[in-house]
Design a binder for this molecule. Sequence first.
Ligand SMILES: [Zn+2]
Length: 184
Amino acid sequence: MPDDTTLPPEARPSRDERLARLSPEDRAAVEVWSLGRRARDLAAAGAPDAPAAEAAYREAEAAAIEAEILMRRVDVEDLKARYPVLAGDAEVTVGVGWQLLLEALLDRLAGMSVVVPLVREKFGGLDAKVYPTGRWIEAEFDSVGEIKAPAQEAALRTCEACGAPGTLRRDGRGRTRCDRHAAM
Ligand SMILES: [Zn+2]
């Protein structure tokens, strides 16, 4: 797809034109994300209707997950309760298909002087940030790369949406999916 930002403003497609190019599923996903962005913007501005916007976003997201348009994500609060190595304000946005390999990673990090503030999908792979806490124990922190490697390798073979064997698909988005969830 050409990069529209290189075009002069008058030649750039409108939001509606860009949406019209997408599949119905991708269009629905974009609409849900827009609701989420709007809810976050309203919350950041302290707007009185922020809770209503958040509720509308959650409802749309749940419907899209139910319709298998959006991937179900891991339950961050549940993970934080079971893995103290996750920072209290950690962002964990990966799909449930990676739940087990993520738990295996967090198990191996447990007891080390590290904290995990972010776990996300990046270019189809698992991107987990691991930072040292308190006293820097160099040998320990050096081993973090080795500890992360199996989880990263497993993620590239595992559908992020469902956990079935998957492959990295480079058709536009770079996601690791099984055949059934190739479009999700
Ligand atoms: Zn799948």
